[in-house]
Design a protein around this ligand. Structure first.
Ligand SMILES: Nc1ncnc2c1ncn2[C@@H]1O[C@H](COP(=O)(O)OP(=O)(O)O)[C@@H](O)[C@H]1O
Ligand SMILES: [Mg+2]
Length: 503
C-alpha cells in the first residue's frame, strides 16, 4: 500500500492512548510535516513488512516530535496496528521493560478486540518477567497489563503467593523475553487477522518523550527494549533529542564514552526533523490565530502583523528559544496586551521579560525587581549590558517617528536651534540598544522635552552632513518615543507574572 500525501492542514482532536476526550487539540500543520510523515510511512511500511525496523526520530526539544508522532499515529492506526507510548508518563515505574511490554500488549489487545482472552501461557510469562520490586508496584503492573480476569484476581490468597514467588525469582527473565516477543508477534497477527482486511503489516510502535525522562531511565529503557526490537513485522519509532540523550549516556558511562556509536547500534536509521525558523513559526501562528491587534496600546504600534513578527522574532532569536518556548512567549504576550489599558506599553521590553523569565529566572528576578545595575561597574552584581551581551544581537525593522515625535527643532546644549534632520520611517534598529535605552530610562527621569547628549550630537552632526546612520544610531532616534512609554517596572512585572500561569 502506498500512501498519497497526508492532509494535515486542519486541526484535529487527539484521541490516542492516554487521551481524555476533547482535551487536546493538535493544531494544523505549520511546518510542512505531512510530507515527511508520508515519506516515512511508505518507507517504513516497505521495510517493516519483511523484517523488523528501528527508527530514531530525532529533533531538539520543542521542535515538534510529540506533535508529529501524535498526528502520525492518527493516520497510521487506520492502516496498521499502531501503538503509542508516552515514556515520560511511565517514568514512575522502575521497570521499563515491563512498562513497555504491558502497554504494547494492552494496546494491541484493544486493536485486536477486547473479547479475545489473554492466552494462559502468556500470562505466566509476563508474570515471570516482573523484576524484583515492591509488592504493590508488582500488583499495579499486573493490573495495568490486564492480566486479571475471572480466574485470576489480585485480591485472592493465590495471587499473594504468586507475587511472593515472583519477587524472589528472576532467573527466567531472559526466556520470558523470548517468549513475549513471540506473543507480541501473535497479537500483531491477531490485530491484522481480525481486522477484516483493514489493517496490514507492519505494526508501528511509537515511543515518545524519552527526552523528558530521567536520563538514567531513558538509557535503561533503551537498553531493555532493544531485547524486543527484533520482532519481524514490527517497526519501532523512538523519538529522542539525540544530542541530549548522548549527554545523558555520558553522565552514566563517563565523558570519554563514545555515546554516538553506542546509540547508533540501537537504530537502523536516524531521521531528523529539521526545525523551521522562529520567524516562519511566528508568522504561521499569527495567521492561524486570526488576531485582531490594531487597537492594542503598545509601541511599536501594531499597524500590521509584520510588526509583531519582527519584535517576537528578534527577542526569541536573541535567546535562541525553542519553538515550544517561542509559542509560549507568543501566547503570553498576546494574552497580556490584548486586555491591557494604561500608559502605552513597550512591547519589546515586555516580550523580552517573558523570554528572560523562561531562559533564566535569576536574571529575570534581578531585572524585574530593578535590582540589576544598568552598567557593569558594580563589584558583585551583573550589569544589564553584560546580560544582553550574553545572548545574540538582533537587528530588525521598526517604525520610528524620528520627525513627528521629536519635533521640528532640536536645541543643543548651548540653546542653539537646528531644524530636525530626521523623518518618520522604517529604520533598522538594534535589539541590544533598544533594551539598554529602555532599561536605563526606567531609572532616570528624563524630562519630556529634553534630548540626550548622544542624540543631540548625532542630530547636529547630521544637520551638517546628512549621512547613512548605523544601526545603533538608528536606535538612538527612538529614544524620545521610548522615554514616553510606561516606565513603571511593576506594570511589566505584573503582566508577566499573571501570564506565566498560562501554560
Ligand atoms: N507541524 C506543526 N505545526 C504546528 N505546530 C507545531 C508543529 N509541530 C510542533 N508544533 C508546536 O510546537 C510546540 C512544540 O512541539 P512538541 O511536539 O511538543 O515538541 P517536542 O516533542 O519535540 O519537544 C508545540 O506547542 C506544538 O503544538
Ligand atoms: Mg515531546
Amino acid at each position: 500500500m502506498s500512501h498519497c500525501e497526508f492532509d494535515w492542514h486542519d486541526p484535529i482532536d487527539w484521541n490516542g492512548p492516554g487521551s481524555i476526550a476533547g482535551s487536546e487539540c493538535l493544531g494544523g500543520d505549520r511546518l510542512e510535516r505531512a510530507r515527511y510523515a508520508t515519506f516515512l510511512t511508505n518507507y517504513l511500511a516497505a521495510e517493516g513488512k519483511q523484517r523488523n525496523y528501528v527508527l530514531n526520530l530525532n529533533a531538539e526539544w520543542g521542535a515538534g516530535k510529540t506533535w508529529f508522532i501524535k498526528r502520525w499515529y492518527m493516520e497510521l492506526k487506520a492502516d496498521y496496528p499502531t501503538v503509542y507510548l508516552d515514556a515520560w508518563q511511565q517514568d514512575f515505574s522502575d521497570d521499563p521493560l515491563l512498562t513497555v511490554i504491558s502497554s504494547i500488549i494492552d494496546q494491541l489487545k484493544r486493536i485486536a478486540g477486547k473479547e479475545n482472552p489473554i492466552p494462559e501461557g502468556m500470562r505466566q510469562r509476563l508474570l515471570g518477567l516482573f523484576k524484583v520490586g515492591g509488592k504493590l508496584a508488582l500488583k499495579a503492573a499486573i493490573k495495568k497489563a490486564g492480566l486479571e480476569d475471572e480466574n485470576f484476581s489480585l485480591e485472592g490468597e493465590e495471587a499473594n503467593q504468586l507475587v511472593d514467588a515472583l519477587c524472589s525469582n528472576q532467573k527466567e527473565r531472559y526466556e520470558s523475553i523470548q517468549y513475549l516477543k513471540q506473543e507480541i508477534r501473535q497479537w500483531v497477527e491477531g490485530a491484522v487477522g481480525l481486522s477484516n482486511g483493514e489493517l496490514d503489516y507492519p505494526a508501528f510502535i511509537l515511543i515518545d518523550e524519552l527526552d523528558r525522562c530521567r536520563p538514567s531511565y531513558a538509557v535503561e529503557m533503551l537498553e531493555t527494549i532493544k531485547h524486543i526490537f527484533d520482532i519481524k513485522g514490527v517497526v519501532f519509532v523512538l523519538a529522542t533529542d539525540t544530542e541530549q540523550l548522548q549527554h545523558a549516556i555520558k553522565v552514566i558511562y563517563g565523558d570519554g564514552f563514545d555515546a554516538e556509536s553506542y546509540l547508533g547500534r540501537f537504530f537502523h536509521r536516524r531521521f531528523t526533523l529539521g526545525s523551521i525558523s522562529r520567524r516562519e513559526f511566528i508568522q504561521q501562528a499569527i495567521v492561524d490565530k486570526e488576531l485582531q491587534l490594531e487597537h492594542v496600546n503598545v509601541w511599536p504600534e501594531i499597524t500590521d502583523s509584520q510588526v509583531l513578527v519582527n519584535v517576537l522574532t528578534a527577542v526569541c532569536d536573541h535567546f535562541l528559544l525553542s519553538l515550544r518556548k517561542t509559542e509560549q512567549v507568543f501566547d503570553r504576550t498576546i494574552a497580556s496586551i490584548i486586555n491591557y489599558q494604561g500608559c502605552t506599553l513597550n512591547l519589546i521590553f515586555l516580550v523580552y521579560l517573558f523570554s528572560l523569565c523562561e531562559k533564566n529566572n535569576g536574571d529575570y528576578r534581578a531585572v524585574a525587581d530593578g535590582k540589576m545595575p544598568i552598567t557593569d561597574n558594580h563589584p558583585k552584581l551583573k550589569g544589564f549590558n553584560t546580560l544582553t551581551s550574553e545572548y545574540e544581537e538582533q537587528h530588525f525593522q521598526c517604525f520610528i517617528k524620528a520627525g513627528s515625535a521629536i519635533g521640528s527643532y532640536i536645541e543643543d546644549v548651548d540653546y542653539e536651534r537646528y531644524s530636525n534632520p530626521f523623518i518618520d520611517g522604517e529604520y533598522m534598529v538594534s535589539l541590544r540598544s533598544i533594551l539598554a535605552i529602555t532599561y536605563g530610562s526606567l531609572f532616570e527621569s528624563m524630562s519630556d522635552d529634553k534630548c540626550s547628549y548622544r542624540f543631540i550630537t548625532l542630530a547636529t552632526d547630521c544637520v551638517k552632513r546628512m549621512r547613512n546612520l548605523t544601526v545603533e544610531e538608528n536606535t538612538i532616534l527612538a529614544e524620545k518615543e521610548l522615554s514616553q512609554l510606561e516606565r513603571r517596572l511593576k506594570t511589566y512585572k505584573n503582566l508577566v507574572e499573571l501570564a506565566v500561569h498560562l501554560d
